[in-house]
Design a binder for this molecule. Sequence first.
Ligand SMILES: C[S@@+](CC[C@H](N)C(=O)[O-])C[C@H]1O[C@@H](n2cnc3c(N)ncnc32)[C@H](O)[C@@H]1O
Length: 197
Amino acid sequence: MGREKPDFYALKAQREGYPARSVYKLEEIQQKTGLLKKNLRVLDVGSSPGSWSLYTLKLLEGTGFLVGIDLAPVKLKTFPPNAFFFQGDIFDESSFVQLKAKGPYDVILSDVAPATTGNRTVDTARSFRLVERVIEVAEQLLVPGGSLLAKIFQGGDEKVLLERLNTRFNQTKILRPKAVRDESFETYFLGKGLTLA
Ligand SMILES: C[S@@+](CC[C@H](N)C(=O)[O-])C[C@H]1O[C@@H](n2cnc3c(N)ncnc32)[C@H](O)[C@@H]1O
């Protein structure tokens, strides 16, 4: 099936009011790990168009809060009072300052991904750099014991990032939810229980 044709998950997202099919990746990870629950302070990196944020806000049920950051604006119709979105670049110091002011966080979600070029070497290298930055942010803005879920493109040096997570988190896992398209080379790293450096 062509990438533009809506598949099972894209149609389900339309029916259920989510702006992107990626929500079902987070839903499956949630069902397997119980990562998200009420009262948590959550940061969503690469939050646009807003499916992960919307799903997380539903689980929070008005408790805790969610902060989202993306280069692009989120496309949600309503924003509950415990949701805050910044339009910005995760590499910028000014973004870090804004995220720090809202933190610390119990959970950092990152579905951040570069605009793909079709050149796997270029795309995996850009994904690597993004995830490396997200880990830097997580090491500074997560509470001790906090968790990080991050998407990474496979095929580059992703083992280096997993090793870094292994040194900083009590438990790490690699997850590839069913909603990831067969042809996609993305996977998710989960680090649970940030330890002190
Ligand atoms: C796959 S989408 C995220 C989908 C989102 N999780 C959802 O469910 O709606 C990846 C996002 O990463 C964002 N992104 C890429 N580079 C970024 C950067 N340097 N800083 C912030 N966001 C970035 C893109 O703008 C894009 O919206």
